[in-house]
Design a protein around this ligand. Structure first.
Ligand code: HPA
Ligand code: MG
Length: 225
């Protein structure tokens, strides 16, 4: 019985990290020495990201396991999550008699300067997505804030008439004006603060950090453009 309750819960907003979560002290983990002083705390350790990703892979497999899918990886921030998620789906396929043929396509979105979202969203590599027609598409995003970026992207993808679109988002931020358009598969719901690591950047820095961390004020100043 307990198992059933856990299973349905795992599909909602993901693991909720509350606003008063102080994070883990950086001293408890290894992280690149070149970022010392640039971070406040570890919000989500790498191992927890991996464990949650493994469960998301199972949920995706349960829902989509009977069809082949086209994975649409949203770069740059989504590369690590996408690689690990695809890896876990492949592992599940290997260990069961259900396999999903997967194609992976990459598109790039850019809308952030420093820690602020800018109005002009650039989509690169999505000019001709006509191969998505009639396919099951899994969009893989690292982080969803207001959801505006996601909405713009989904509108663009829908124009190519896929059979179905599902979205996997590792992080969903609790921002004041969250759009109703939330990912179908959510790793974690996090407070409205700027996070870096696990391929998430601040002006291209911190992608080489395994844990998801809060950037410090001095880190922001150091890498500001
Ligand atoms: N960190 C990195 N990139 C982002 C974030 C964030 O918190 N929000 C939107 N893009
Ligand atoms: Mg970025």
């Amino acid at each position: 019985m307990a198992d059933v309750a856990v299973q349905s819960e795992g599909r909602s907003s993901g693991i909720v990290i509350n606003d008063d979560w102080p994070g883990y002290s950086l001293d408890l983990f290894n992280y690149p020495a070149h970022y010392s002083g640039d971070l406040d705390c570890v919000i989500i350790p790498h191992g927890v990201i991996m464990d949650r990703t493994e469960r998301l892979a199972r949920n995706i497999m349960d829902d989509l396991g009977d069809h082949d899918i086209v994975v649409l990886c949203v770069l740059k921030g989504g590369y690590q999550f996408c690689a690990d998620l695809v890896d876990r789906i492949k592992a599940l396929s290997r260990n069961s008699n259900r396999t999903i043929p997967m194609r992976v396509h990459f598109i790039r979105l850019k809308s952030y300067l420093n820690d602020q979202s800018t109005e002009d969203l650039h989509i690169v590599g999505a000019e001709d997505l006509s191969f998505l027609a009639g396919k099951n598409v899994l969009v893989v995003e690292a982080i969803v804030g207001t959801g505006k970026t996601m909405q713009t992207l989904l509108k663009h993808v829908e124009a190519f008439r896929p059979k179905m679109i599902k979205v996997a988002g590792l992080l969903v931020k609790r921002v004041p004006h969250n759009s109703p358009c939330l990912p179908d598969y959510v790793g974690f719901e996090i407070p409205n603060r700027f996070v870096v690591g696990y391929a998430l950047d601040y002006n291209e820095y911190f992608r080489d950090l395994n844990h998801i961390c809060a950037i410090s004020e001095s880190g922001k100043t150091k890498y500001k453009i």
